[in-house]
Ligand binder design. Structure first.
Ligand SMILES: Cc1ncc(COP(=O)(O)O)c(C=O)c1O
Length: 383
């Protein structure tokens, strides 16, 4: 083992790309105007804001006027769910059991406020069956919110099939695309999407920046009151440098990079599945994000292997970063039918732009070595 540091936690966050940082720099202390100001400094900031809006909207096949900037994925999801619910006043929402907490927590709050929520189950791969969405739609259903790709196991949902159903039934369709944006195709027209949440820090942009696509004509209640920013739907001076960085990050992300990461990810999965006994790949074998792998190792704890790998310089995760301080088994793995004790042995390795083949080979050797070491001392592992 050498002194390598290998970051394999890109689903948690990514480093800011050099080009992104360069695109952001002028908007700190040179072009620092407030985008709402009428003078030249303000107009400079406003131009950056609107150029960024155009670039990002294009990636979704949306019109720039349909994109609203937020502080990230969490805010976009809260705005979508609470904004629609509040605007309608009452009704039924359909989501699924493996959503990110930024969907599940607002849904639980809305239930306390009198809305009803159906949490759809998933199959063993984490897939939502579109026919389950169809069966769950009621006369009072106001919104369907199904995440595009899962943050833990990477399973990608069939948005087009779900969007066909919501369109036919006249129900609004929201997707949390924070993990899939720039990795999977998102086309709001083809997929019949009414609302889409995206963020910047998963695509080599800065943290604390996101956006919500709201289809033209969809009515939503603002969740932040104050000035008239973002068409009166999201008060607060826009984070111009962050938004310029977000747009650059979206602009430079590409299919070529996704294909390279996919090859490395395939190598990692193949080597671990063949090189370690009693290991299971969580999530879908094919319909998964190009950078995601998630394994369960029999007889060992996810936390133990994570810490051992960390000592060898390999950074991974046991569940989502947001819940990695929790001892509760992952709600995502439980929903796929795994037993609580199986969930504790899971390890997520998510690859990214800077990983090399040598990095992946190093990580594979480290996993093999540490699984063997931990099993030697595990009371749960057959001797
Ligand atoms: C699927 C998903 N939704 C929402 C979020 C929250 O986004 P943010 O960190 O920008 O608030 C994340 C990030 O962890 C995520 O993976």
């Amino acid at each position: 083992m050498d002194n390598r540091r290998v970051y394999l936690d890109h689903a948690a966050t990514t480093p800011v790309a050099k080009e992104v940082l360069e695109a952001m720099m002028p908007y700190f202390s040179e072009k620092y105007g407030n985008a709402s100001s009428l003078h030249a400094f303000g107009r400079e900031a406003k131009d950056a804001l609107e150029n960024s809006r155009e670039k990002i909207a294009k990636k979704l096949n949306a019109a720039p006027e349909e994109l609203l900037f937020t502080s990230g994925g969490t805010e976009s999801n809260n705005l979508a769910l609470k904004g629609i619910a509040q605007n309608k006043g009452k009704g039924h929402i359909i989501t699924c059991k493996i959503e990110h907490s930024a969907i599940l927590a607002p849904c639980r709050l809305l239930e306390k406020q009198g809305f009803t929520v159906t949490y759809l189950g998933v199959d063993k791969y984490g897939t939502v069956d579109p026919s389950d969405v169809e069966k769950a739609v009621r006369d009072d259903t106001i919104l369907v919110s199904i995440g595009h790709a899962n943050n833990e196991i990477g399973t990608v949902q069939d948005l087009e099939a779900i969007g066909k159903i919501t369109k036919e039934r006249g129900v609004l369709f929201h997707t949390d695309a924070c993990q899939s944006f720039t990795k999977e195709g998102i086309n709001v027209k083809k997929q019949n999407l009414d609302l889409v949440s995206i963020n910047s820090h998963k695509i080599y942009g800065p943290k604390g920046v996101g956006a919500l696509f709201i289809r033209d004509g969809v009515k939503i209640s603002s969740q932040l009151q104050g000035g008239e920013h973002e068409k009166n739907l999201r008060a607060g001076t826009e984070n111009v440098s962050g938004i310029a960085g977000f747009a650059k990050a979206a602009e430079i992300a590409g299919e070529k990079e996704n294909a390279r990461v996919l090859e490395l990810r395939k190598r990692l999965i193949k080597e671990i599945l063949f090189g370690v006994e009693e290991v299971k790949l969580n999530g879908h074998p094919e319909k998964r994000l190009c950078n995601n792998s998630n394994f369960s190792f029999n007889g060992i704890e996810g936390e133990s292997i994570l810490l051992r790998l960390d000592m060898l310089g390999v950074a991974c995760s046991t569940a989502s970063a947001c819940s990695s301080h929790s001892l509760m088994p992952s709600h995502v793995l439980l929903a796929t039918g795994m037993k609580p004790e199986e969930c504790h042995g899971s390890l997520r390795m998510t690859l990214g732009r800077d990983n090399t083949k040598e990095d992946i080979d190093y990580a594979i050797s480290a996993v093999k070595e540490e699984v063997a070491n931990l099993r030697r001392i595990s009371p749960f592992w057959r001797k």
